[in-house]
Design a protein around this ligand. Structure first.
Ligand code: SAM
Length: 289
């Protein structure tokens, strides 16, 4: 298998994130200064971008954590709510949070410190680059992507993180029998994630055929059009959802394959916003064959 499924070099590919300010202030600045040593992975860079990865460098998880233990990677860890919770619940596992947003990582450091966790490391990297070269093949027990940026506009769909090339990268880093867990609150992204994973020979759906037809959250969204409403709140400029109801009204999702809510995931502020807006949550779980 190719270790680099996309023919273009990384800087030339559309990335799944917007460069937000990485200036730290207040407690987060202090946290970075005081806590980053030993917790923030020092990643050699391949370009000026502070999220790039030198493709010749590999992360040595055993050395980084000072022990060998099953490695769980969360991509797009945001403010660190999920990874800190999961690490506290699973002291026998090592957790690596990959995030491009430095203030989010600083907040994660604060959480790690508050809970006295020794089994979390964080890295400021473009996860797609990290999975292609930095993370060793077959070295990861679980890979999580919860509520990735939805990139609603059709012309932006190429920026979505979870697509065919990402599934191949996930297959590269996961050990045989390892799990890929995905969650989103947007139906068309959920359908895209499922399509990408289902066609890959590297993965099998842990819940194949489950919640199909009327039971499928996709069918329910298509029937209700709830995504159009966005909880009745005004749409913010440039952020309006591309509703799917009008495209799929009356259709039934015959495929299913939706996982139950992953019990290892704490309710983050992102998921709460989706619940408040009345949106469905789509969970998917795959095993690396
Ligand atoms: C919508 S937020 C969700 C955060 C968190 N998972 C949650 O559920 O609260 C998506 C996050 O993914 C991060 N992100 C987007 N593309 C990324 C990439 N290529 N590598 C690492 N992080 C990325 C963004 O900076 C953002 O913090």
């Amino acid at each position: 298998m190719s270790t680099h499924p996309d023919p273009q070099p990384f800087p030339a590919q559309p990335v799944s994130f917007v460069r937000r300010g990485s200036r730290l202030q207040g407690r987060r600045r202090d946290a970075w200064a005081e806590l980053s040593e030993g917790l923030v992975v020092e990643v050699p860079r391949s370009s000026a971008a502070d999220t790039s990865v030198d493709p010749s460098w590999e992360y040595d998880a055993g050395a980084s954590f000072g022990r060998d233990a099953p490695l769980v990677i969360e991509i797009g860890s945001g403010l660190g709510e999920a990874v800190a919770h999961a690490a506290a619940e699973n002291p026998d596992r090592n957790f690596l949070a990959l995030e491009v947003y430095k203030p989010g990582l600083a907040q994660t450091l604060l959480r790690i410190d508050q809970r006295g966790l020794t089994n979390v490391r964080v890295a400021q990297v473009n996860a797609a680059e990290a999975l292609a070269t930095m993370i060793r093949p077959a070295s990861v027990t679980e890979l999580w992507v919860f509520f990735p940026d939805p990139w609603h506009k059709t012309r932006h769909h190429k920026r979505r993180l979870v697509k065919d090339s990402f599934i191949e990268l996930a297959g590269r880093v996961l050990e045989p029998g390892g799990f890929l867990r995905l969650a989103t609150d947007w139906s068309d992204y959920a359908a895209q994630m499922r399509a990408a994973a289902e066609k890959s020979p590297l993965f099998e759906n842990l819940h194949a055929g489950v919640r199909a037809g009327a039971e499928s959250p996709l069918t329910q969204v298509w029937a209700s059009g709830v995504e159009h409403e966005v909880g009745g709140t005004p749409r913010r400029e440039g952020r309006e959802p591309a509703g799917t109801a009008s495209l799929n009204e009356g259709e039934v999702d015959a495929l299913g394959g939706w996982a139950p809510r992953f019990e290892g995931r704490i309710l983050t502020s992102f998921e709460n916003k989706a619940h408040d807006a009345g949106r469905m949550i789509f969970d998917l779980a795959y095993r690396r064959v």
